[in-house]
Design a protein around this ligand. Structure first.
Ligand code: SAM
Length: 377
């Protein structure tokens, strides 16, 4: 057999398995592990192909979702999360209605197109009614123009319906892990953290009419490459419209404050997160994928790198500055000493690095969802 010394041939030869998987869409669990484990040129090839496919399918626009962290009061006790119920070091807060509407106004005036209202999980009727009222008020103040995504945890079918009818149209609920066994290791066994309930909530939220978003953390304790491969397959099989996933980062006041001996380092989690974004883009070319803030906590240009690798959504934080230090999900969360006005501008400058254009004033709904809706009508 003749081996050419030509470098590009050597490159092609090395690339073969990864290239074959991508070119022929051979996304089995086993092949996904191969992609996730790819290093060097192979790894770069995955990121490059995903970036190219993104431009061909959803284009070079990045859509903003102004993130309002409504409250850190939480009924849940997730072992990884800085605002878990048992963390008594956190000063609990609730934005006033005026503050929420002020933030929404800011997003509207800055032509962000959409907002996300996120908070710890609360399930009582006053909370549900308050959200319903806020959604209606935000719709009214923006002449129906501001898109609203909710990220308010597990709720009943009736609650999802009420919020959808009030005017919100996208919902984010991370499955955290599609492996029930791993899910159980990441959450306390107290009857309030059931994988089955999480999955059922995702289903009923979709049934209520929401564009469905989910996601996971990358590099949690006990997680394997096989878990991540199966998470990717879960996103595809659940037919999600949007995904937000990023590195798991320890928080000092949680049971997971110390990495396990076998845990990936933060740079490894970062690189794996970029690869997850890229592979998902290759598997689901027309969904919305967020470049999450946790990426920026590890690498200042993390979100821009994710945009290059296939992400098309960014969530600038527009929570009033004085509350941000109390919504620390993990150590070193970025932009906690900024006010909303400082955020958009810095993103604008950074995104230009990634050759992207911002879809100002647009909802930037998932093309995947739009196609499904068209098929139904
Ligand atoms: N309560 C809502 C829910 O459960 O969906 C939304 C708020 S929750 C804090 C938002 C997300 O933060 C979670 O789904 C989780 O994936 C992420 N998160 C929590 N702790 C984290 C950590 N230590 N590192 C990275 N992400 C984390």
């Amino acid at each position: 057999m003749h081996f050419s010394k030509n470098m590009s041939n050597v490159y092609l030869c090395l690339m073969q398995p990864v290239k074959e998987i991508i070119d022929q869409n051979l996304f089995t669990a086993e092949n996904l592990v191969t992609l996730l484990s790819a290093k060097g040129e192979d790894g770069l090839y995955i990121l490059k192909k995903a970036g190219e496919l993104k431009l061909k399918t959803v284009g070079n626009k990045v859509y903003f979702r102004g993130l309002i962290e409504l409250s850190n009061v939480c009924e849940k006790d997730c072992l990884y999360c800085g605002i878990r119920r048992s963390n008594i070091a956190v000063e609990r807060y609730n934005l006033t209605d005026e503050e929420v509407l002020g933030a929404a106004c800011f997003a509207f005036e800055e032509r962000y197109g959409s907002i996300v209202i996120q908070s710890g999980e609360v399930t009582n009727e006053p909370f549900v009614a308050r959200i319903e009222r806020l959604i209606k008020n935000i719709k009214a103040l923006s002449d129906n123009k501001l898109g609203i995504t909710l990220s308010l945890g597990e709720q009943t079918e009736e609650v999802y319906r009420r919020w959808f009818i009030a005017g919100a149209h996208r919902y984010l609920l991370r499955i955290e892990s599609s492996n029930p066994e791993l899910y159980r290791k990441l959450h306390p066994d107290d009857g309030h953290h059931l994988y089955e309930k999480r999955l059922a909530s995702l289903k009923i939220m979709k049934k209520a009419g929401f564009q469905a978003g989910t996601g996971i953390m990358i590099g949690t304790p006990y997680q394997t490459m096989e878990d991540l491969a199966n998470d990717l397959l879960f996103f595809r099989d659940f037919d999600v419209d949007m995904v937000g996933m990023g590195p798991f980062i320890e928080h000092d006041d949680t049971p997971f404050k110390n990495p396990l001996p076998e845990s990936l380092s933060l740079p490894e989690r970062f690189n794996l997160s970029l690869k997850m974004v890229a592979i998902l883009r290759l598997m689901m070319p027309d969904i919305n994928i967020a470049a999450t803030t946790a990426l920026q906590a590890i690498d200042p240009l993390g979100r821009e790198k994710a945009v290059k690798a296939g992400a098309n959504i960014i969530m600038p934080n527009i929570t009033p500055g004085k509350y941000r230090n109390n919504y620390l999900l993990y150590n070193n969360k970025p932009c906690t000493n900024e006010e909303p006005e400082q955020c958009g501008g810095c993103l604008d400058a950074r995104l230009s690095l990634a050759d992207s254009e911002i879809g100002y004033g647009e909802w930037g709904d998932s093309e995947h969802f739009k196609k499904k809706a068209k098929g139904k009508s």
